[in-house]
Design a protein around this ligand. Structure first.
Ligand SMILES: NC(=O)c1ccc[n+]([C@@H]2O[C@H](COP(=O)([O-])OP(=O)(O)OC[C@H]3O[C@@H](n4cnc5c(N)ncnc54)[C@H](O)[C@@H]3O)[C@@H](O)[C@H]2O)c1
Length: 307
């Protein structure tokens, strides 16, 4: 599906990934956003875009957002903390939103859905992890909510004629990122430039992808894959350890802090300490990331420091 001249609804369009996606789509498409601002920011949405403020767990919000003229729904809205105090609420809200959206799309005949899943559906799987890996054994309620959403989307794709693109993201980094390791280190070092407290043993090793590469990859997949249920890993071929991230952030801030490690192998319960996705399926579409993991971290650090 070519993303040009389409009527697109972006859920969670005021969030980190969503607001960058909307900025990209708005020139060539008729875009509207639905968001409850639980973690998003109104000012991040370009002023010419229609914004509906509402909670997508409410079917009435979804009814208003998705009408029969819509060509594509990009569903990004989610409660995404892995170490949440309210795991049951997070699970039910994420799944409720997706079910509401699928039911509404089916009711009004909207048949294209892009969905942002996560590497957390794999749990602690062998690396690099391909899309064909199984059984899928997530270790956090967030990961389970993503896997459940994928199952619902697969059902609607195979039994109700909805074409879907499901993106299993590595860690995405860039401007506006909040509640993640890079902005967390920046904030901590602004408070205390001599000492940096690091969750875990610093050897957690994950793949980081820059937001602009992530959006390029999404557009490539939507533009070329046309099975009913298209699932793709989106990441880089390389990883960066938490200590390396601390080194990059410190260097970019011109600091030389002492590191204090707190906790063990995992940063927190539900954290997957080592993650690297196999991106050969994506590469098979002729696409490669322009920035490897360390470079994505460095670029995002610079962008976040400039905000
Ligand atoms: N950022 C990453 O590294 C990453 C990694 C894996 C998967 N993902 C997935 O990508 C998507 C976007 O992530 P993000 O980093 O931009 O998150 P984000 O928190 O910045 O954006 C999510 C948006 O959804 C909105 N939202 C949440 N609950 C809602 C509700 N009930 N009704 C309406 N709006 C609601 C929030 O206000 C926010 O604007 C999410 O589905 C997330 O799970 C992100």
């Amino acid at each position: 599906m070519e993303l040009r001249g389409k009527r697109v609804v972006v859920t969670g369009g005021a969030g980190f990934v969503g607001s960058h996606l909307v900025a990209r789509l708005v020139g060539d498409n008729d875009v509207s956003v639905v968001d409850d601002y639980s973690s998003g920011t109104r000012a991040w949405v370009p002023s010419e875009v229609r914004v509906q403020e509402g909670d997508l767990t409410d079917p009435e919000t979804v009814r208003e957002a998705i009408t029969e003229e819509v060509d594509l729904v990009v569903h990004l809205a989610a409660s995404k903390a892995v170490n949440t105090d309210t795991p049951r609420t997070q699970f039910t809200e994420n799944v409720e939103m997706t079910y509401n959206i699928l039911e509404r799309m089916d009711a009004v005949g909207v048949d294209r859905l892009a969905y942002t899943s996560s590497s957390t559906v794999y749990g602690e799987a062998p690396r690099p992890t391909p899309e064909t890996h199984g059984p899928l054994e997530p270790i956090s309620p967030y990961g389970v909510s993503k896997l459940t959403d994928e199952g619902l989307i697969s059902t609607y794709a195979h039994s109700h004629g909805i074409r879907s693109w499901v993106f299993r993201f590595a860690n995405i980094v860039g401007p506006r990122l909040e509640g993640a390791v890079v902005p967390d280190f920046i904030d901590k070092l602004r408070e205390d430039s001599a000492r940096l407290y690091i969750l875990g043993d610093g050897r957690q090793q994950k793949s980081y992808m820059h937001i602009e590469d992530c959006l390029d990859a999404m557009e490539t997949v939507i533009g070329s894959a046309d099975d009913p249920f298209n699932v793709y890993n989106l990441g880089t071929r390389t990883t960066t350890s938490v200590t390396q991230i601390a080194d990059i952030v410190s260097e970019e801030m011109g600091l030389d802090p002492t590191y204090e490690y707190e906790g063990g192998r995992r940063g927190w319960s539900g954290d997957v300490p080592k993650m690297r996705l196999d991106i050969d399926k994506l590469a098979g579409l002729g696409w490669e990331p322009s920035l490897e993991s360390d470079d994505a971290i460095r670029q995002a650090t610079r962008e976040l420091l400039d905000e």
